[in-house]
Design a protein around this ligand. Structure first.
Ligand SMILES: Nc1ncnc2c1ncn2[C@@H]1O[C@H](COP(=O)(O)OP(=O)(O)OP(=O)(O)O)[C@@H](O)[C@H]1O
Length: 438
């Protein structure tokens, strides 16, 4: 359902089941309705919230109780509220002297959600002086998102579709000219992030415009089923992993030299020189079987790629469980960051930076019943998009490999079958060496 809101004119309200209307408080009404009447027409989950928000005296009481207003200082003003897919969006004009932290403070929002009788309230500032409260009673991402049945052949590498947003749009991430980091606890759905990317890139992998180098230090368990989609696949020894990184760096160096000679700043992928996507799963696992020297070499190679490879169309997407500094020393080198379910609130800042929880990234509150739900952030924007990545099951992976594995070999029989007549074919003629049923 779209979040597009329709103006409610003169107090008439769309049916409560169709939650897409907008209410400008203070607008003149021909036949005024009471807060009780508005609340009665709201979905049951939102009745208390609508009753409080619709009635200025009630709203002031709430703001007073939460320390956000007082008789002497005045009260914040609710300008408008909207029915949206997840509940309500409420626009509030802050009081002079208030800061965003006064509103995004976890204890305040928790108290507000209890006051309004709803599951959760989050807040962000759409423009200076204003706060938008999101009153959440429905999780639009509760159901898993199926992989689209068809994938366009001309995927835009700067906007690769990987899931759906909580407002029902297609969630995209750039792959070209960037690096990505995906962090999530065990079982949070990191695999589905990687496979959503692979599914979208399938046609380009088949056509030779994208080469995937996959590094799966946990013995190839996660990515083994898709190995035929990869140009390189390192999963056994730490040395194999270093070789793959060195090969990517060699490509990066060659392209850097060409760019310099041609006076260009960025490499555009072609069939001869495709985008190289390095999928790096759980690099921290290396620590369990690699010695110190290998780990140091790994960190150096990884650092080189993260700092220099973007312009050469060599991109790294890394997946980790634990975002602590020892496991992930270079968070700021990944312009695309994805946070799935995390176990601790403090881990949110390790993925997205300070203040991310206040901006709405509540990764620690994602339920373990919704794997694949997370937040996406990209450099250059403070927006955090809540999404559900596509669920790619084993059948989907097998279908992807069948459709897109780049090295399909068509075996042409050596014998001359020009005289072959299917109507006279007798399988017994194949003799003892014919195929045997398993
Ligand atoms: N996007 C998704 N939608 C629905 N279910 C999902 C999704 N992603 C994962 N799942 C379910 O959650 C399970 C765990 O997912 P996954 O293996 O991707 O987690 P993970 O983060 O990679 O865990 P680990 O770090 O332990 O490997 C899957 O087997 C699947 O049942």
């Amino acid at each position: 359902m779209s979040t597009t809101s329709l103006l409610v004119s003169c107090g008439s309200i769309a049916a409560a089941g169709v939650m897409a209307y907008w209410r400008q408080l203070g607008a003149p009404r021909l036949r005024p309705m009471t807060a009780e009447q508005f609340a009665a027409q709201a979905p049951p989950e939102l009745r208390t919230a609508v009753f409080v928000i619709e009635d200025r005296a009630q709203t002031n009481l709430m703001f007073g109780a939460l320390g956000l207003g007082a008789n002497d200082d005045g009260f914040p003003r609710v300008d408008a509220y909207y029915y949206v897919d997840h509940g309500l969006s409420v626009d509030v004009q802050m009081l002079g002297g208030q800061s965003i932290n006064d509103w995004t403070n976890e204890a305040t929002l928790d108290a507000m959600s209890h006051y309004l009788g709803v599951e959760q309230v989050t807040a962000r500032s759409p423009e200076p002086g204003f706060i938008r409260l999101e009153v959440r009673v429905f999780d639009t991402l509760a159901a898993s998102a199926a992989l689209p049945s068809s994938v366009p052949n001309d995927v835009d590498l700067r906007a690769v579709p990987v899931g759906i947003t909580e407002t029902g749009e297609i969630a995209t991430i750039p792959i070209l000219g960037t690096h990505g980091l995906c962090v999530g606890a065990t079982g949070s759905g990191k695999g589905s992030v990687a496979y959503s990317i692979l599914a979208a890139l399938g046609p380009l992998i088949r056509d030779g415009l994208v080469d995937v180098y996959c590094i799966d230090p946990k013995g190839g368990i996660e990515f083994g089923p898709a190995k035929d989609l990869f140009v390189k696949f390192a999963y056994q020894t730490a040395e194999d992993i270093l070789v793959v990184l060195k090969e990517a760096i060699a490509v990066m160096r060659q392209r850097q030299a060409k760019l310099l000679a041609a006076g260009l700043r960025k490499h555009t992928p072609t069939k001869d020189e495709p985008l190289i996507l390095i999928l790096l799963d759980e690099a921290a696992a290396l620590a369990s079987y690699a010695d110190r020297e290998v780990r140091t070499a790994f960190e150096e190679l990884n650092g080189l790629l993260l700092t220099q490879a973007r312009a050469t169309a060599v991109s790294m997407f890394a997946f980790v469980q634990d975002p602590s500094k020892e496991n992930m020393p270079q968070r700021q080198l990944y312009p695309v960051r994805i946070g799935l379910r995390l176990t601790e609130p403090t881990q949110v800042a390790m993925v997205f930076g300070a203040g991310a929880r206040e901006r709405g990234a509540h990764c620690d509150k994602i339920s373990d019943t919704t794997p694949g739900v997370g937040y996406i952030e990209q450099d250059g924007s403070t927006a955090l998009t809540r999404v559900r990545f596509y669920w790619v099951d084993d059948n989907d992976i097998a279908a992807m490999v069948r459709a897109y594995a780049p090295r399909h070999e068509i075996v042409i029989p050596a014998d001359d079958f020009d005289d072959f007549d299917p109507s006279t074919f007798d399988p017994d003629d194949l003799g003892d060496e014919g195929p045997v049923a398993a």
